[in-house]
Design a protein around this ligand. Sequence first.
Ligand code: NDP
Length: 340
Amino acid sequence: TTAHGTVRFAVIGLGWWTVDRTIPALLDSELCDITVAVSGSTDKANDVVDRFEPITHGITYDEFHHGAASDAYDAIYICSPNALHLPYAETAADLGKAIFCEKPMEASVERAERMVDVASDDDVPLLVGYRMHTEPAIRRARELIRDGTIGRPVVALGNNTQSLIDINDDPDQWRLNPDLVGSGVSVTDIGIYPLNTARFLLDADPLTAQAQMDSTHEFFADVPDERTAFTLSMDDGTFLASTASQNAQSSTSLRIVGTDGEIYVEPAFHMETELRLTRDETTVDLSTPQVDQMTEILTYFADRILSGEAIGPDGDHGLVDVRVIEAIYEAAESDQTVTI
Ligand code: NDP
């Protein structure tokens, strides 16, 4: 922590999400500062330094791994391709820096486990960037379910789809490369939202997975899952059924149906939420004012770092999703029910 009560960030990987969403959110947050930009390209790093005034250092990945500018930041924000999250977490842990890692935590269970281990060995905080956990409507929905408002939860129904244009219309992008994305794209990239948000709302974890997936558009030749349908049995006795596609109209929703009512979030995952509750044949709109979801979660992270309190969603929480994701791909490939 710093003398003036903010957490100073180094941001790693200067893609669209970092530049368009995270840097503005860090600049907006009272508890965050941003001082360092880390990129594969010195020019790109320097452009970001020029563009955003508080950033004073532009360094390369190699320089980062060698400890460059390490006095200038307290925490790192990892936003590189999925299979390139671990190396930055390892270096940050060595340097004693807190870690904010984008979802999914890593591209394989083994690598995600390694991230949990390095953070714990060096005793640095690790948060996986599930922005729905600090979103007000989702938190409200969680309280309503906990308070028994919908009775006993029975089924959860999720969907997250987006168009080719949304994921970037470039067939050479890392999301379509199994070495960088992981087992596939639709579950790792967007199916993870209904999966993780249902886990958060129900306070439950998956026990088994069944799934179907396919790729038909040439764009998805190297990954098995342009679209996916998966069913999970959860340890609270509920079933979660969800779909995800990277080549459909943008549509996001999550519905939790209980014995006495229903919680319905739509839209759910693309930075905007509306929340409705149905009970006794009456539906009420419980939507909360829209917030900048990245500002919320980064501010929460900084608050926990500054106060020294425990942080979540932590690495163990993120690791469960990576296990479930692997099980979903295995279930689709084997056409069997996979135990997680
Ligand atoms: P982009 O492709 O836009 O950016 C990724 C950046 O990573 C690149 O710009 C590049 O930055 C860096 N990079 C390092 N090595 C490579 C490599 N071998 N190939 C390609 N890029 C590389 O991806 P996104 O920003 O969309 O995604 C990054 C991460 O953020 C993913 O894990 C994704 O799941 C997550 N994400 C989370 C979102 C959320 O809502 N929470 C939304 C979007 C993404 P440079 O040129 O500076 O080296």
